[in-house]
Write a protein that binds this ligand. Sequence first.
Ligand code: RAM
Length: 349
Amino acid sequence: MRSTLPKWRAVLAGVAIAAMAATTLVGSASVQAAPALKTGLKVAVIPKNLGNSYFTTADSVKSGGALAALKALGESGVEISGTTDTPASQLPVIQSEITKGVNAIIISGTDPSALCPTLNSAMAKGIVVVTYDSDTNCRDLFIDQASPQGLGDIEVQMIAKEIDAASPSAASGQIAIVSASIDDTNQNTWIGYMKQELKSYPHLDLVKTVYGNDDTATSTQVTEGLLSEYPNLKGIISPTTVGIAAAAAVLDTAKYRGKVQLTGLGTPDEMKKYVADGTEKEFALWNPADLGYLAAYAAVELASKAITNAAGQSFVAGKLGKYTVGSGHTVLLGLPFVFDKANINQFNF
Ligand code: RAM
C-alpha cells in the first residue's frame, strides 16, 4: 500500500482551509531541538471493534499503521478490542489495559460519554489517552481524520451529484443513511453536518437513518429494510466502511443498480467491484494507516512529555512530517480523498 494518498483532491474549499489552518507551523518551535522520546512504552491501540478491515489498516504493522509507528519508535504496542461496536464491548478491554499498566491508550470511541469514567480513571493514573477516528468527551488529544464539516458536506454533495449529474442542486427524491452504531461519535457528528448541508438541497428528503452497528449482517438487514419501507428511495449515504460495503452488496442487482444511488465513506479495496460495475460512482475516505501512524506518534510525544496537548504545540510524525495541535486539543490529519472509477485501482487498502 502507498504510505500516503496522492495530492488530495480539493473538493471543498472549506476542508482545505480547515486543514491548512490546523497544520500551520509554529515558527519558533522549529529552531528548538526536539526533546527525546521515551522508548519501551506500553501502548494499547483500541479500535471500535476487531474484524473491521478499516481498523486493521489503521492499526497494523503490515499496513504502516499505529503499530508500525510504535515499533519504529521502540515502543511495545498491541491492538486489542471487543467484537462489537459498543461501549459494553470496549470497556472491559480498556479496564484490563489500565490494570496491565500501559503508558498510553489510543482509542476510537464507541460513545462520547459512556467510556469516560474508565478513561478518566486512566488519565488520573497518568496514562495518556489519545482518541483517533471517533472522539470521546474525555481524552488528552483527538487525532481527527478530516474536517467533520467537510466530510458531512461532501457526502451530501456526492449523493446529489449521483442522483442528478446534470444539476446536483436540483436533485430530488428520498434519501436515507445507513450508519454505524447509534452512539458512535464520528458518524453522529458527520450526520449532523449532513443535515445542515441538506438545507441547500431542498428537493432531497432524508427519510430515515438506520444503524448497522458496523456489523455486515446487521448493515445488510437494515439496508434491505430501508428498500422495502421506501420503494421510491433514490439514494443511500453510508458514512461507515462496513455499512457502505454491505449496502453496495445489496444494491448490486439489476433491480437497484443505477436506480438507488450509493455513496459515503469506504475503503477502495472493498468498493472496487461496485465502482467497476456501476453500483456506486464515487465515495470518500482518508488514509487509515496514516491516521493510526499519526495517533501513535502523538501518544508517544505526550507520554514522553515532549509536547503537551495545548494548542500550538507541534511535533514531527515521522514520514508524515510536522503537525500542530489545534483548538479543542485536536490534531487534523488532512483532507478527505474522493475515489472513483478513474483512480480507485491505484489504491490497495
Ligand atoms: C468504519 C468505522 C470508522 C469510520 C469508518 C469511515 O470503519 O465506523 O469509525 O471512521 O467506517
